[in-house]
Design a binder for this molecule. Structure first.
Ligand SMILES: NC(=O)c1ccc[n+]([C@@H]2O[C@H](COP(=O)([O-])OP(=O)(O)OC[C@H]3O[C@@H](n4cnc5c(N)ncnc54)[C@H](OP(=O)(O)O)[C@@H]3O)[C@@H](O)[C@H]2O)c1
Length: 304
């Protein structure tokens, strides 16, 4: 019998890729805010109780990092309370939960990639709500996998790569932060790895499955400035009509680029635990960006 899988946030960057990657693994019930609102905890409970999935994949989240500074209660309800309720409901029906978190749970002061054993110290409201969600799920009693990722890009929805391409059509100068480090990671990679884990649990059984917390980002590292230059160079190589050249991008320090939410300067995550536990190598961020840019260019040319 096909296992029922509940996927939330189906229209988000990650959710859209998960719809594709999870489809072969069971009876997929994919929902978004129009089906039920994660901020309404009683609705979350009753939905899970009625549906009785065996796996809950929670890709829904409040992800507007700057807006969260002025909407802390809403961010907390969606990012912290809902994952805890998914966990409680999963525990009561013998289901398990795949949940996503962020590099932003760390304050970025370390001078090396963060591992899963490092102590989080979130700097902004969004990050605090995501950390609270991790803790709520861990305390719920449900079997779970939490995948911390960062700098997610895809050919759909809003993300840094698409913003840079849009601005490059309109502007001849651009300031981009040079002192925040991380690894651009495709939603497709996170979705494919999530499906791989679920498949492993389904085939080998839950008793020996290594549930827990993992970091999952592409290999290598860059900063937002170099990443922006890389995007523009790739677009120009594809003859995308742009006003901006890579050298028109100015490197600025975070302290000179004010935004409502403070971001960590070091968003690098060590993926040693993920790679060694699951025996999976992770691609370099440049091949991730190349692949997604090709998809974006095809959509722009009307070929996709
Ligand atoms: N994007 C990144 O760079 C990044 C980095 C680190 C971690 N993550 C984590 O990765 C996961 C997926 O992120 P993403 O980039 O796919 O985010 P996303 O594109 O913003 O998608 C989130 C989805 O959740 C839905 N949602 C928001 N509020 C909801 C509510 N109250 N009830 C039900 N659904 C709701 C959204 O619907 P609407 O669009 O209609 O609001 C959207 O479909 C999240 O846990 C996020 O924290 C993302």
């Amino acid at each position: 019998m096909k296992e029922r899988i509940l996927l939330t946030g189906k229209n988000g960057q990650l959710g859209r890729e998960l719809q594709r990657s999870l489809a072969p693994l069971g009876e997929l019930v994919a929902v978004d805010v129009e089906d039920f609102d994660l901020a309404e905890i009683d609705t979350v409970r009753s939905f899970v109780r009625t549906l009785r999935p065996r796996i809950i994949v929670n890709a829904a989240a409040y992800t507007a990092v700057d807006d969260a500074e002025t909407e802390p209660a809403l961010a907390m309800a969606i990012n912290a309370l809902a994952p805890g309720v998914f966990g409680e409901e999963a525990a009561s029906i013998g289901a398990w939960v795949v949940h996503y978190s962020t590099d932003y749970v760390f304050d970025g002061t370390a001078e090396r990639p963060y591992s899963e054993t490092d102590t989080p110290n979130p700097l902004n409201v969004y990050a605090k709500s995501k950390r609270a969600g991790e803790l709520a799920l861990q305390a719920s009693g449900a079997q779970h996998v939490i995948l911390r990722t960062g700098w997610v890009l895809s050919s759909h929805a809003q993300n840094f790569a698409k913003t840079i391409l849009r601005l490059a059509v309109e502007q001849t100068q651009l300031n981009v932060v040079v002192d925040q480090f991380g690894a651009p990671t495709s939603a497709q990679l996170v979705a494919d790895m999530s499906a791989h884990l679920i498949r492993q649990e389904q085939t080998e059984g839950s008793e020996d499955f290594p549930f827990g917390l993992y970091h999952l980002v592409a290999a290598g590292e860059t900063n937002w400035y170099e990443y922006a230059r890389y995007i523009i160079a790739a677009a120009r190589a594809e003859k995308v009509p742009l006003l901006l050249e890579p050298d028109d991008i100015q490197a600025v320090k975070s302290k000179d680029y004010l935004s409502p939410a403070v971001r960590p300067s070091n968003s690098r995550l060590s993926t040693d635990k993920f790679c060694s536990t699951f025996g999976l190598p992770l691609p370099h961020w440049q091949s991730e960006v190349d692949r997604v840019l090709q998809q974006i260019f095809m959509i722009q040319r009307g070929q996709a």
